[in-house]
Design a protein around this ligand. Structure first.
Ligand code: BG6
Ligand code: MG
Length: 225
C-alpha cells in the first residue's frame, strides 16, 4: 500500500526561491515607501503575484492609491527583478533531500507532479535541471483560483490521472497546506509554523521515501480502525 503520486510545491520545497521573491518585493515596496519584513513575506508564500502585491499595498495602507494599470506595472517590475535573480539558480540550488526523493519515487513507480502558482515554474525547473523528473506540471496560467483554493492540486492530480485520495502533497506555505487538505490529498508541511499539516517536518532534509511510505501506512491504518 503506497501513494500513487506525490505532488510538490516549488518555491520553498524544491528550491529556496521564497527569499528571492522577498528581495524583489522588498525593492518594489521600498520604491513606493512601504516597509515589508519577513513576517509579511510569510503571508505571501503560495499567493499569486498580483495577490501578493495587493497584500503588500494593504499592509502599507496604500491599496486605493494605485490604478489597475499602475498595479500591473509594479507587478511586472517585481517580476523583472525576480527573474534576474533566478540566474543564480543551478542544479546545486535544489533543497536537501529533494533530488534523492524524486529519483526514489521514479524507482518506486510513484508519479511525480508539480503544483506551483508561479508563472516562472518552467524556467526554474529548467535552471535546476529537474524538468525530466516531473511527470506533470499544472499550468499556473490556467488556474482561476490561487491557493488556498484546491484548484491547482486537483489540476495536478487530473494531469497525472490519479485521484487526490491516492496522493501526497508537499508544501511550505499555510495557503498551500489548506489547498492540499481541501483537495482531499494527505498534506506534508515543510517548516515549523504551519498548522493543520497531516505530517510536519522542519526542513526538506528530513524528507525521504521510507518516511512517506510509513506516513501513508499510518494514516490509512488509523482511518481503517
Ligand atoms: C508561489 C510563491 O510559488 O508563486 C509566491 O510562493 C509567488 O510567493 C507565486 O508570488 C507567484 O510567482 P510568480 O513567479 O508567478 O510571480
Ligand atoms: Mg512554496
Amino acid at each position: 500500500m503506497k501513494p500513487l503520486a506525490v505532488i510538490f510545491d516549488l518555491d520553498g520545497v524544491v528550491t529556496d526561491t521564497a527569499h528571492l521573491h522577498f528581495l524583489a518585493w522588498q525593492r518594489i515596496a521600498h520604491e513606493i515607501g512601504i516597509a515589508i519584513d519577513e513576517q509579511i513575506n510569510e503571508q505571501l508564500k503560495g499567493i499569486s503575484r498580483m495577490g501578493s502585491l495587493e497584500r503588500i499595498l494593504r499592509s502599507g495602507g496604500a491599496e486605493h492609491r494605485y490604478s489597475a494599470q499602475d498595479k500591473h506595472r509594479l507587478a511586472e517590475r517585481k517580476n523583472a527583478f525576480y527573474v534576474a535573480s533566478l540566474q543564480q539558480l543551478n542544479p546545486g540550488s535544489v533543497l536537501p533531500g529533494i533530488a534523492a526523493l524524486l529519483e526514489e519515487l521514479h524507482r518506486q513507480d510513484v508519479r511525480v507532479g508539480l503544483a506551483s502558482v508561479s508563472l516562472n515554474a518552467p524556467r526554474i525547473l529548467e535552471a535546476l535541471g529537474l524538468v525530466e523528473q516531473f511527470d506533470f506540471c499544472a499550468d499556473a496560467s490556467r488556474i482561476q483560483r490561487s491557493k488556498p483554493d484546491p484548484e491547482i492540486f486537483i489540476a495536478a492530480c487530473a494531469g497525472l490521472g490519479v485521484a487526490p485520495a491516492n496522493c501526497i502533497g508537499i508544501e511550505d506555505a499555510q495557503a498551500g497546506i489548506e489547498s492540499i487538505n481541501a483537495s482531499g490529498m494527505l498534506s506534508v508541511g515543510i517548516g515549523v509554523q504551519l498548522l493543520n499539516a497531516d505530517l510536519l517536518l522542519p526542513d526538506t532534509a528530513q524528507l525521504n521515501w521510507p518516511l512517506l511510505q510509513t506516513f501513508w501506512l499510518t494514516q490509512h491504518s488509523v482511518n481503517a480502525v
